[in-house]
Ligand binder design. Structure first.
Ligand code: DAH
Length: 344
C-alpha cells in the first residue's frame, strides 16, 4: 500500500530544477534541517513501535539518498550549462536545415537576360506599369481607332470611349495598364537625346483568357538602340549574341517577316527547340518581336528620323524561362507553390 514515503518519492520525482534558486528551494523543502519533509520523517521514528523502526528507517534513508542524488544531478547539469553558455546540448546531433528562400525562376531569367545585355552595352530603364494611352499606343504609331489596337487586349482604367488622353504627349492621364514594354521606348526618347542603348524590363498586362500559354500578366524585356547608322544587321547580331548566351552556342534562330505598327521592317524570331517526342525532332518557338524603329515613332518624340535610325526588340520573359527549364504551363509561375519554387 503506498504510504507517505511513496507519495513523497513521487513528488520528488516530479520536481523540476532549472536554476540555482530552484535547487536551494528543493534542498530546503525536502532535506532542510528544519522542517524538511524527509527530516520530519526521521523525527517520526521515535513514535513507531520498536519492531517497525529498522524497516522504516531503511526506507527513509533510501528516500533521502534519492532526493540528494536528484539535487546533485541538477546542480551538475546547471553548472555544465553555465559553462557552455546555453542549455545542455548534444553537439554530435545532425543539424536542422533552415528553410531558405530562392529567387523566383522568372526573376532569375530576367536578371540573366539583363546581365547579358549589360555586356552588350545596354543600360536598364524602368517605366510605369500604368500608362497613358498616348505612350502605350498613339506615340507607337497605333492609329486611333485602328484595329491594330485590338492586337493587344487592353485593361482600361478609364471609360474606353473617353479618348482625351490619346493625342496629347503631355496629357498625362494614366488610362491603361501597359500592354507591352514598348512605351518605355517613348519615355526614354522623351528624356534623353540619342545615342540611346537601353533595356526596359517589366510587367505587362493583357485582358486575355487564362490558359497554359497565356496569363493576364507577364514580363517583357524591351530593347531600344538609336544612333546614326544603326542597321538591321546589328539587330541580328545582338539577338544572336543574346540567344547564344542564354540557350547555348549552337542555338538556331529563324527570322520571320511580321508586322508591328512601331517598326518597319518588322520580324518575329523563333528558336528551334529540340524535342524527341515530336515527329520533326523539335519545333520552332517564338521568342520575340523586333524591327527598325518606324519614322513616325521618332517623329512623335521629336527625334530626327533623317539623322537617326534604330532597332527595337520586345521579348517575353516567361517564354524564355519556360524554354530554359522545360516548363509547359505559364500559370505555374504565379501559383506560389513551394514544391515548384524550391527547385530553383
Ligand atoms: N510590343 C510588342 C508586343 O508586345 C513586341 C515588340 C515587337 C516589341 C517588335 C518591339 C518590337 O520593340 O520591335 O507584342
Amino acid at each position: 500500500m503506498p504510504d507517505e514515503i511513496d507519495a513523497l518519492r513521487e513528488q520528488i520525482d516530479a520536481e523540476t530544477i532549472e536554476s540555482e534558486d530552484d535547487a536551494e528551494a528543493f534542498r530546503i523543502k525536502y532535506l532542510g534541517r528544519n522542517q524538511g519533509a524527509i527530516t520530519e520523517l526521521f523525527d517520526q521514528i521515535s513514535d513507531l513501535p520498536p519492531e517497525d523502526r529498522p524497516e522504516f528507517g531503511k526506507r527513509v534513508n533510501a528516500l533521502k539518498s534519492f532526493a540528494q542524488e536528484r539535487l546533485d544531478e541538477a546542480k551538475a547539469r546547471l553548472q555544465r550549462e553555465e559553462q557552455s553558455g546555453g542549455p545542455d546540448i548534444d553537439l554530435t546531433l545532425p543539424g536542422r536545415r533552415n528553410f531558405r528562400g530562392s529567387t523566383h525562376p522568372l526573376t532569375q531569367t530576367m536578371e540573366e537576360i539583363l546581365r547579358i545585355l549589360r555586356g552588350l552595352g545596354f543600360s536598364t530603364y524602368e517605366g510605369p506599369e500604368i500608362e497613358t494611352d498616348w505612350h502605350n499606343f498613339t506615340a507607337l504609331n497605333f492609329p486611333p481607332d485602328h484595329p491594330a489596337r485590338d492586337m493587344q487586349d487592353t485593361f482600361f482604367l478609364q471609360d474606353e470611349t473617353d479618348t482625351s488622353s490619346r493625342d496629347a504627349p503631355s496629357g498625362d492621364t494614366p488610362t491603361v495598364l501597359r500592354t507591352h514594354t514598348s512605351p518605355g521606348q517613348i519615355r526614354i526618347m522623351q528624356e534623353d537625346p540619342p545615342p540611346i542603348r537601353v533595356a526596359v524590363p517589366g510587367r505587362v498586362y493583357r485582358n486575355e483568357a487564362i490558359s497554359y500559354k497565356s496569363y493576364c500578366l507577364f514580363h517583357q524585356v524591351e530593347l531600344l538602340y538609336v544612333d546614326e547608322n544603326v542597321t538591321m544587321a546589328q539587330l541580328k547580331q545582338a539577338l544572336y549574341s543574346l540567344a547564344r548566351a542564354l540557350f547555348g552556342e549552337d542555338v538556331t534562330l529563324r527570322f520571320r517577316p511580321s508586322y508591328f505598327p512601331f517598326t518597319e521592317p518588322s520580324a518575329e524570331v523563333d528558336v528551334w527547340w529540340e524535342d524527341e517526342e515530336s515527329d520533326d525532332g523539335g519545333q520552332w518557338m517564338e521568342i520575340l518581336g523586333c524591327g527598325m524603329v518606324h519614322p513616325n515613332v521618332f517623329d512623335s518624340v521629336g527625334v530626327d528620323s533623317e539623322q537617326y535610325t534604330g532597332y527595337a526588340v520586345g521579348m517575353g520573359v516567361e517564354r524564355m524561362a519556360m524554354l530554359r527549364h522545360g516548363i509547359d504551363d505559364i500559370r505555374i509561375f504565379y501559383e506560389n507553390d513551394v514544391r515548384f519554387l524550391d527547385q530553383f
